[in-house]
Write a protein that binds this ligand. Structure first.
Ligand code: URA
Length: 275
């Protein structure tokens, strides 16, 4: 019992919907096996160190596996990524991967948009609601701002390739957890390696932290070109910049993003012609 009447509950639900929270799940998976072994009295199950019945032990093992980011039955994300020789194979490998819990709540895999042969690759955070529905990255409000930002320096989706560090929508558009990001990292690394861009743009703090393996905040990282270790022996120039969703909330920081865009423009204008 919540003690709230219907009208109050509807107001709260509308507030959540407006904030982008439209999925009724928790951040962490719930262990239903554990609930199943609760004693009728409602007492919590015995701790693992206590002697267990055969059934309780089995359930505990099953629960352990269900919380495991890498399925014991299938290849790891790193193995699947390494085996992919083309972007199409990588997309198939990712669609077949069961090791990331986000796949279970997402509508579909959001692999990429734009031109895979482009010299510039943008790496974002994770799909939101609109991306989850359409199956393409950056198609919602922040994607529309991103398109306007790219257009300001003469770029569009024919001249850039776009993907995310995490290809499945986190419920309610929350930031992917470090575990989810780590699970998906081999995929985006391989995607960059297979696309072979000349420069990377790391869009937002989560993407910059994941690709650069740093805890430094985006306001400190942005605007400075760094080397991103994509694969053994492959280091690409990368520009961390502010996420358009952040710019929609903090329009005063658009001037910082504009400085980053100009830096990107200078860099691509200076690229030698492709041989
Ligand atoms: N934000 C991202 O980081 N990626 C998307 O695809 C959409 C919104």
């Amino acid at each position: 019992m919540t003690g709230l009447d219907r009208a109050q509950l509807e107001t709260i639900a509308r507030f959540y919907l407006d904030a982008g929270v439209d999925t009724a799940t928790l951040d962490a998976p719930v262990n239903r096996f554990q609930d199943a072994v609760r004693e009728p009295s409602g007492r919590a199950p015995l701790p693992a160190a206590q002697p267990q019945s055969r059934q309780t032990g089995m359930l505990a093992r099953a629960a352990m596996h269900s919380a495991d980011p890498v399925s014991p039955d299938g290849p790891s994300s790193a193995e699947r990524a390494a085996a992919a020789r083309t972007l199409d194979e990588l997309r198939e490998a990712m669609a077949a991967h069961e090791g990331c819990a986000l796949k279970k709540t997402a509508t579909q895999l959001v692999f990429a948009d734009g031109n895979p042969a482009a010299r510039i690759m943008l790496v974002g955070e994770a799909p939101g609601r609109d991306e989850d529905i359409q199956g393409k990255p950056f198609v919602g409000k922040s994607g529309q701002l991103l398109d306007r930002m790219l257009a300001a320096i003469g770029l569009d989706r024919t001249s850039v390739y776009i993907a995310n560090t995490v290809p499945w929508r986190p419920p309610g558009n929350r930031t992917p957890t470090p575990e989810e990001t780590a699970e998906c990292l081999p995929f985006i690394r391989r995607q960059i390696e297979l696309a072979g861009p000349d420069v990377l743009v790391l869009v937002g703090g989560q993407a910059a932290k994941a690709m650069l393996g740093t805890a430094t905040g985006i306001l400190q990282l942005r605007g400075t070109w760094v080397g991103a270790e994509v694969a053994p022996g492959l280091r690409l120039p990368a520009l961390p910049t502010l996420h358009p969703a952040y710019l929609l909330r903090q329009p005063a920081h658009k001037r910082l993003a504009w400085a980053d865009l100009l830096s990107l423009k200078r860099r691509i204008d200076a690229l030698p012609p492709r041989g």
